[in-house]
Write a protein that binds this ligand. Structure first.
Ligand code: AHM
Ligand code: MG
Length: 338
């Protein structure tokens, strides 16, 4: 019999609350509810065609993207799970045009939850890893009523951030602002088990992650960085680089947390008016918080993502994150080349 003490997510959170005084009870409940909802999403993902969850829905989201059935299902699971517990004031999602305020019939909490319910939607139907991304903010001010304005806080004010990868294993990665912990779903017991604590991203890497098909659209600093990587051992970097691009940010970021690397979805001239493809508040901010807490860096090319003051709920941003020395290099190239 394996006698190694297994620490469940519940135990981890209670210890955080009790011993380290890191989290209020309401935040603990919030994380537990989110993790339970992720289990339901993981079950739906695993059923695939047998659960009739593949393919497109008939609707479009606020970004004008055709929703997949799983986008809609995951969003419903998260809204329904988080509405009634009294731990939230409101929610916002990639799949909802405007914020969802907790209905009057339920008690209102002091936290705000933002999520991308199903990240990597283009990978759903091809059985490649996908995930869910979360950001938690505190409601600032004590006025009654809540509006989109309450959400427009810089990412450095996040109380917690997490993502879940639905892959060969289901993995939940969490920060409460004091390092990064990784939990694996034990499907037999239905419990999230702590499998790594104090996750660290190596400062150096030989692996980059970018959609190379956009090369001709990139700005000069991005082009320079990738050209130098491609130069390999004979080039200015003096070493060979490897490339990986899953197309699900959760999976690409998870690889970086596991073995280092740099992930980029920069601005490019396909849509010059948009700062990037990824969304600041429920994709870039939570990932930036997790990456920084693991010792990495995250910028939009020129400034720290967590310092950006949002002006819109669904605003987009360029993203450069991962191993600190490489992110610093890309950011310096932007500062030099403008
Ligand atoms: P989604 O939230 O609609 O799935 O879109 C975000 C995804 C990221 O997970 C991924 O890094 C990126 O879009 C991939 O984009 P592309 O298909 O342009 O490579
Ligand atoms: Mg996404």
């Amino acid at each position: 019999m394996n006698t190694v003490r297994r620490v469940s997510l519940t135990q981890y959170l209670i210890e955080q609350q009790r011993e380290h005084g890191h989290i209020p009870g309401e935040l603990r409940l919030l994380i537990e509810v989110v993790a339970r909802a992720c289990k339901r999403i993981a079950i739906a993902v695993n059923k695939g065609a047998l659960g009739d969850v593949l393919g497109s829905a008939t609707t479009e989201n606020v970004q004008g993207e055709v929703q997949k059935k799983l986008d809609v299902i995951a969003n419903e699971v998260l809204v329904e799970a988080n509405e009634w517990g009294g731990h939230l004031a409101a929610m916002a999602s990639e799949e909802m045009d405007s914020i969802h305020v907790v209905p009057n019939r339920y008690p209102q909490g002091e936290h705000l939850l933002l999520f991308d319910p199903l990240d990597g939607s283009s990978n759903i139907d091809v059985n490649v890893s996908i995930g869910t991304i979360f950001s938690v903010l505190r409601k600032v001010g004590h006025t009654r009523g809540i509006s989109e304005e309450d959400f427009l806080q810089p990412g450095r004010q996040q109380a917690a951030a997490a993502y879940c990868v639905y892959g060969p294993q289901s993995t939940l990665v969490l920060t409460l602002g004091n390092g990064v912990a990784l939990f694996t779903l034990d499907r037999e017991t239905g419990s999230w088990v702590l499998t790594q604590n104090g996750v660290r991203i190596p400062e150096d890497t030989k692996e980059f992650s970018i959609n190379m098909s956009n090369l001709r659209h990139w700005a000069p600093p991005v082009r320079r960085y990738i050209d130098e990587c491609l130069g390999g051992e004979e080039g200015p970097r003096g070493k060979d680089f490897n490339m990986r691009w899953v197309g699900s940010m959760v999976s690409d970021v998870h690889r970086i947390l596991t073995r280092g690397g740099i992930f980029m979805y920069p601005w490019d001239k396909r849509t010059p008016d948009k700062p990037g493809k990824l969304r600041l508040m429920y994709e870039a901010n939570p990932m930036a918080f997790i990456v920084e807490q693991a010792g990495g860096m995250a910028t939009d090319g020129t400034q720290r993502i967590l310092d950006i003051v949002p002006t819109k709920l669904h605003q987009r941003v360029g993203v450069v994150l991962g191993s600190a020395n490489e992110v610093r290099r890309v950011t310096e190239y932007h500062q030099q080349l403008g």
